[in-house]
Design a protein around this ligand. Sequence first.
Ligand code: HEM
Length: 136
Amino acid sequence: MNPDTLSIAAKGLNTVIALLVLPFGLTQRHRPRVHIPVMLTAFVADVGNVLLVEYVARLGHGKGAVEEGLDAFTGGGTSLQRFHIIVSVASILGYAVAAITGSRLYRRGAGRNVHRANAVVFVFARYASYITSFWM
Ligand code: HEM
């Protein structure tokens, strides 16, 4: 498929996750039967989107997004690009921590404060990644 079309699809998916799926999942945070599948859907969709961006970057200019991300630290690359990479990696890690702490909270009712604290860091990182993605 045309790289431009795929790139628009990736941006659209990013917007749907950031403006619809995550806010809805957060409003359902006291209803685990809704909250958990919605947040896991956002996790899978975001990882899928990273793979899509990687693929589009390879189609466009040979290098993948991950390789370009590493280049941004070792060679050229602006501060904004480096910031975007850091908050994007932090959001994926935030999902992983949410899945671990969230399942412990669900099964044993333990670690609510850790799950909540991770949510604050995650929300900052995920929206910083979304906002800076417009300049990438
Ligand atoms: C990035 C993804 C996620 C975010 C940002 C997030 C955020 C939150 C927040 C803010 C709360 C309310 C905590 C409080 O103040 O009481 C909450 C509750 C909860 N979350 Fe998550 N969550 C995420 C993913 C998950 C996942 C993947 C699971 C399970 C595997 C999960 C399980 C729970 C449970 C069980 C509760 C408590 C619900 C209750 O009050 O009964 N969360 N979450």
